[in-house]
Design a protein around this ligand. Structure first.
Ligand code: GLU
Length: 473
């Protein structure tokens, strides 16, 4: 049992938290001080054309990928700034403590940082309506002792993010389990702690279920031992004192995006393609990234450049098709590293489908052609997903699925809506009314979601997700 807690860090946090309420009351020279002409905070944000939001770096909040800043909190904050018609300034805090002190000093208008609403925090923060619910999960490394409950951690080292909701929960549990001890880390975020469990550097940590869901693919040996909390709400946090005009506007924003489907769209973008974690498939994929991909990477890069596609997306398609095996053949006669049909290959002028260079070039050309052919109303990353569905099932069938989506009250330009209707192409009641008839739409939906998953792992593994930067954007 680890008995010693680093007194310096946890004491620091505790004393910090203790003084926070008064710090918030005396917001000095901050974004929250209203100018002489007595503008409300909301008015002054508009007048200064600047919304300052503090976040933290994590898959469930904010990170940068090949296309720039991303993450659910970033998308939400961007939408909110658009609603106010002001510029958005993002501060990426290095840890939770910095988030709270920026709020306390009035240097950020609010935190969009995957913060959990907790009893302690209600004393000095006010929260918008939640956009997600999570449970706290205690994780360990596969192949080591799996604790059954909180009194079964043995001598294992439990390291948790300092200042987090996890610590608040552990403190509650400690009341009935006095032998429970842990260490608090100021330096490492949940992502790094998961990595430490993966590599065996520490025995346990606690993570929010949404974070684990998004990152489990990167840490395949991490296992959930048990949940340590009920579902808890995640939302934006504002200082509790002072003018609440901006806060009220944010409340209205969440009510609106909940009702108009934008919230669902944002969550779908990040969580929609992630099914149950598949250990074997994930570890095999990561092995193949190391062992097989290097042989073909330059071919993907070259073709991707020519057709203006991210090479990782092309590589992800190819992995889904053939597991990067140029000799792959399917029972239906599709062949090669991009699994082109004989007809498609002929149209693309490919002589030898099993030649990886020809196959990749042809696949890239075909994908980019499909992407260009899509209606202009389909925008953003959804254009990729629609093009992939067409690559798998054929353009005509995809248009049929869009038509079904429209007829049943969905939005035919959103992948989130169309993917739910694709399976209906198998259903006679539906396909007899379509132009192109029967198709295995469920497989197409599954195909696209798999590729999205591979694509994200590839981005992470090849270093194009730069999640760890902190500072001002
Ligand atoms: N939701 C957690 C909190 O509010 C986040 C902790 C973390 O993973 O950093 O404290």
């Amino acid at each position: 049992m680890v008995l010693a807690r680093p007194a310096d860090k946890s004491t620091m946090i505790r004393s910090f938290l203790k003084h926070l309420p008064s710090a918030l009351i005396f917001l000095a020279a901050s974004l929250y001080t209203t100018p002489a002409e007595k503008l409300t905070l909301l008015e002054s944000v508009r007048q200064n054309n600047r919304l300052v939001v503090v976040t933290r770096s994590a898959a469930s909040t904010y990170y940068r990928d090949a296309t720039g800043p991303a993450g659910p909190e970033f998308d939400l904050a961007r939408r909110f700034a658009e609603r106010l018609d002001v510029d958005l300034k993002i501060i990426v805090a290095s840890d939770l403590k910095q988030i709270f002190s920026l709020l306390a000093r009035g240097e950020a208008h609010f935190a969009a940082a995957g913060l959990t609403q907790t009893a302690d925090r209600y004393r000095w923060l006010r929260f918008t309506p939640p956009y997600q619910y999570v449970v706290q999960q205690l994780v360990y490394r596969q192949g080591t002792h799996r604790p059954r409950n909180i009194s079964d951690l043995g001598d294992g080292k439990l390291l948790v993010v300092a200042g987090s909701s996890h610590i608040e929960r552990l403190r509650q549990l400690q009341k009935s389990h006095p032998r429970l001890t842990w260490e608090e880390s100021l330096k490492f975020g949940s992502n790094e702690l998961l990595k430490k469990v993966e590599t065996g550097e520490i025995d346990y940590t606690v993570v929010d279920s949404n974070e684990l869901r998004l990152t489990h693919r990167f840490y395949p040996h991490v296992r959930v031992a048990f949940d340590i909390s009920e579902f808890q709400p995640i939302s934006w946090a504002f200082p509790v004192e002072g003018d609440d005009s901006l806060y009220q506007e944010a409340v209205g924003f969440f009510v609106d995006i909940y009702n108009n489907g934008i919230l669902e769209q944002i969550l779908e973008r990040y969580y929609g393609h992630i099914g149950e974690f598949d250990y074997v498939a994930t570890t095999t994929f990561i092995t193949h990234i190391r062992q097989r991909l290097p042989r073909y990477r330059h071919l993907f890069e070259r073709a991707a450049k020519e057709f203006d596609i991210d090479w990782r997306l092309l590589a992800a398609v190819s992995y889904q098709e053939s597991h990067w095996n140029p000799k792959a053949v399917s029972p239906t006669g599709v062949r090669g590293i991009m699994m082109l049909t004989r007809i498609t290959a002929k149209q693309l002028g490919i002589r030898k489908r099993t030649n990886p260079e020809q196959s990749i070039h042809g696949g890239a050309r075909y994908l980019s052609h499909l992407k260009q052919r899509l209606p202009t109303e389909i925008s953003g990353p959804d254009r990729n997903w629609f093009a992939l569905a067409a690559y798998n099932i054929g353009y005509g069938h995809l248009m049929d699925a869009r038509e079904i989506t429209r007829k049943t009250g969905g939005n035919p330009n959103l992948w989130m809506d169309v993917k739910k209707k694709l399976p209906l192409l198998r259903d006679k009641k539906w396909y007899r009314k379509t132009v192109y008839g029967y198709a295995r739409g469920d497989e197409a939906a599954f195909y696209v979601e798999n590729i999205r998953n591979y694509y994200q792992i590839l981005q992470k593994e090849t270093g194009s997700i730069l999640g760890m930067a902190t500072g001002v954007e």
